[in-house]
Design a protein around this ligand. Structure first.
Ligand SMILES: Nc1ncnc2c1ncn2[C@@H]1O[C@H](COP(=O)(O)OP(=O)(O)OP(=O)(O)O)[C@@H](O)[C@H]1O
Ligand SMILES: [Mg+2]
Length: 264
């Protein structure tokens, strides 16, 4: 089971859009996927029109079992755990808990039978984001084509490094830094791509194909649809399909590598 978190401390860089399309795209290819929203903004629930009786924060507080919070069949092969604004108080409510950064990981042990679990996170390095990073094995960092988003990406990598430092047994890996809102005609995009290339750590994991700017992503969200449902011939549909190819290939390369190691 792959466990992938989508994170960037900067807001509005395409985290939720990427998490939704990664989850929905893998599900369309026959994988069994669980998509979890750890952001109190609850955007995943809105974007996919999910009606949840129990949410992520109840799971974290131990007020509902994981199974009760899973909304099954949001799409074929796609289940969702939604979030809501009541999660804004989680930080305070969990302040006294021991090992509060690993609550989600412990609660999600019961979430089995998936090929992939995708976690969307808040634009902040808060307790919920740490919980997402301490559950995931791999992290994807979307970066919009502006300087602030690159700073946010750097701060996120510092957070990842901190997780590795404090929990050295956690196999958290930076899978991809994904340029979003890309428009190579503009100076802003070219400057942002140059800045990403110039950063040793960010450029090593840079997914150079990127996701182009595409207004259809906004329209799709407002219709409660994925881009493949709303505008299957759009740029964004093409770009996110390519990104799914990359994620799937990355997974199998890893598996192959692991198998090769095991034989040796
Ligand atoms: N490639 C793109 N081109 C054009 N619009 C996009 C693109 N990606 C996302 N958007 C739009 O930009 C807005 C912000 O995207 P999104 O909600 O995914 O960002 P986010 O990083 O999750 O934000 P937050 O930090 O608030 O959670 C949404 O309206 C979304 O539809
Ligand atoms: Mg979001």
């Amino acid at each position: 089971m792959r466990k992938i978190a989508v994170a960037n401390m900067k807001g509005g860089v395409g985290k939720t859009t990427t998490a939704i399309h990664l989850a929905a795209g893998l599900a369309m290819r026959g994988r069994k996927v669980l998509l979890i929203d750890t952001d109190p903004q609850g955007n995943i629930g809105h974007a996919l029109r999910v009606r949840a009786t129990h949410t992520m924060q109840e799971v974290m507080m131990g007020e509902a079992p994981v199974e009760a919070a899973i909304v099954p069949g949001v799409r074929a092969g796609l289940d969702v755990i939604a979030s809501s604004t009541s999660a804004f108080s989680l930080e305070r409510r969990l302040a006294g808990e021991t090992q509060r950064e690993t609550i989600l990981a412990r609660r999600l042990r019961q979430a089995n039978g998936y090929d992939a679990v995708i976690i969307d996170s808040s634009p902040a390095m808060n307790l919920l984001t740490y919980n997402a990073l301490l559950y995931a094995d791999q992290v994807i960092v979307p970066v919009a084509m502006d300087l602030m988003a690159i700073i946010g990406a750097r701060q996120t990598l510092n957070g990842v490094a901190e997780v590795r430092d404090l929990w050295p047994d956690r196999p958290l890996e930076l899978m991809a830094v994904v340029p979003t809102f890309a428009n190579t005609q503009t100076v802003a995009t070219r400057a942002a791509l140059e800045a990403l290339e110039a950063d040793a750590q960010l450029s090593r994991s840079l997914y150079r194909t990127g996701i182009r700017q595409c207004i259809d992503l906004n329209y799709a969200t407002s219709q409660g649809q994925t881009i493949w449902e709303y505008a299957p011939r759009s740029r964004a549909a093409e770009d996110y399909s390519r990104f799914i190819d990359f994620v799937e290939a990355y997974g199998s390369t890893q598996e192959t590598a692991l198998k090769a190691e095991a034989v040796v």
